[in-house]
Ligand binder design. Structure first.
Ligand SMILES: [Zn+2]
Length: 92
């Protein structure tokens, strides 16, 4: 479980959400938000966000990801979550 100040993270999420008009990214951000709140198997190593997905897969997300969505050039919540954590850390 990541140690996150929820109200600060909510600001970062809102900002990210407002910045994109891409519906898929907005869906990815929404999913990332839920996972950041509930998924205990996430670890940020300073470079990438390691995620044990509810699907049982392990992903290491930063600009890239190993999931199916990424291989099809689509937004995924793993990258959205990694970016949110990055932004959150920058804003500290
Ligand atoms: Zn992914």
């Amino acid at each position: 479980m990541l140690n996150i100040n929820q109200s600060r993270m909510n600001e970062v999420i809102q900002e990210a959400f407002n910045k994109t008009s891409n519906l898929r990214w907005q869906m990815a951000i929404t999913k990332a938000r839920a996972e950041l709140e509930a998924n205990p198997y996430m670890h940020y190593d300073g470079h990438a966000l390691l995620i044990l997905s509810p699907s049982g897969e392990i992903y290491s997300a930063n600009g890239a990801c190993q999931c199916k969505a990424f291989s099809h050039g689509q937004p995924c919540w793993h990258r959205a979550a990694a970016r949110l954590i990055e932004r959150y850390n920058e804003a500290q």
